[in-house]
Design a protein around this ligand. Sequence first.
Ligand code: FAD
Length: 510
Amino acid sequence: MLSLFKKLTSVSVMTAALLFSVSVYAKDRMYETDVVVVGVGGAGVAAAVSAAQSGAKVIALEKQEMPGGSSNFAEGLFAVGTPEQKRLYVDVTAEEAFKHAMDFNHRFRINEKLLRFSLKESTKTIEWLKEQGVEFDVFRVSPEEPQVWHLVRSKGNLEHGAALIHTMVTRANELGVKIMYGTPGHKLIYDGKKVKGIEAVDPKGNKVIIKAKAVIIATGGFPNSEEKIAEWTKFDPAKVKAALPLGKTGDGISMAMEVGADAGGFGLMLTPGILGPGMAPFGPIFALSWEPGLWVNKYGERFTDETVIHNFSLAGNVVEGQRDSFVWSIIDEDAVTRAEKEGVVTGAGVLTPVGTKLSNIRAELQTALDAGNQEIAIADTVEELAVKINVEPKRLKKTIDDFNYYKEHNFDEEFARDPNSMPYVKKGKFYAFRMKTYHFVSYGGIKVNNDMQATDKQDKPIEGLYVTGMDVGGLHGDTYTLWTSGAAYSFAATSGRIAGAKAAEYSKMK
Ligand SMILES: Cc1cc2nc3c(=O)[nH]c(=O)nc-3n(C[C@H](O)[C@H](O)[C@H](O)COP(=O)(O)OP(=O)(O)OC[C@H]3O[C@@H](n4cnc5c(N)ncnc54)[C@H](O)[C@@H]3O)c2cc1C
């Protein structure tokens, strides 16, 4: 009886296994192409268009149901020597930008050749994007940088980066690129010498095998993987949060590492920020919190020259370095009135540009408080404010008194801040905004040569494998310099353009 049961069970298990394997086999899909692009964000769509323009048959895989990744939310691209700049008599050169970036990065732990190449190529990239239908206006992100930011002109209700993605995806479709949405690539096909394609999974969970002569990785880094942030960077993901949930988990970098690609330069593009119920992201309250008043840490102590906020990535690092990685930005009633009537000094990108008058700010603050926003505290007195932000009142009072003293005596004894930039913090009401540490994108990844070919630990190119955008390592040191602001999106487009052409060329030699 038992043996019969065993036999029946084993037959049914075998039948089930057979049926299962048949059904899996039946649902597997196989494609052959010249070039497969993994990720359809800024770098991926540039790679797909460029490869198709160079005569390759292209398939592009996108993990999400829509293209664009973080490029949809970005606004401007770095470039020098463009007609848009010449019209405004802006004459920053690629050489000046390179020297600045090298100094900023302490002249080491940077792939100098790649940085130099990508800054020089920025002029051609803007020209090429314009040929595809993208339009630009030259702009400045913060008061302390040159006019190198090429703000993408919005199209209808598609703003900036999203307009670029839409234009380029339309172009890719016109060129016959097959884009497969909801189909993340997860494993490279590698014969020990050459990369020959990729395995992916479609939205129904079926395996998609794409045999290709070349693979271009463009998956946009690892900002949404807490595990990889903990493993690859020095930051604590419990304290440093992604600005946007985009599902970018370092897939491309991991896949390339699995076939022997070398990697490095890992980090995060940090920014201080205030988010919470009842307020718009990067809107008026966000901009008000970025006005350089007085900053205190969780103990109520001042710790920096607050004008560091004019460079968001440096400021992000300063805030991250404080205990528990948050600070309170404090201003008084007069500062709110100035922002209301004269406009903001720092601004928050193009959503609330420098000089914007926050004419409705009081109602907006009330809406946020009514929505239970715990990141904002407003009080009639310093003592009351201290209680609300959980700081010892005497300590906060002394910090504010010292700050006002430095302003009055025209000398910031503690951090040598320009006294002209210091507002008094004297007149109630007093306002405090809790700025936490967020990150826009990750840095670092696979090492590449100037053809965007992945290189291994002997610095030899891995045949058939190209890497682009935020999956590339070696362009950033400690953090991001706003002097070459827009360099991230610019590199995404440049590296995609180059990788597409080179991969197409390579595929023809096979
Ligand atoms: C709010 C915000 C504002 C920014 N503003 C600027 C700016 O003004 N200027 C600037 O230079 N930079 C800016 N950045 C950074 C900029 O967005 C990026 O550096 C750059 O655009 C990234 O391009 P990318 O192609 O590498 O990644 P993305 O554009 O993010 O594209 C990656 C794509 O790969 C897909 N993907 C991920 N995994 C897989 C997988 N396994 N298979 C298939 N597809 C996959 C993703 O879904 C995504 O669509 C900003 C970022 C944010 C978040």
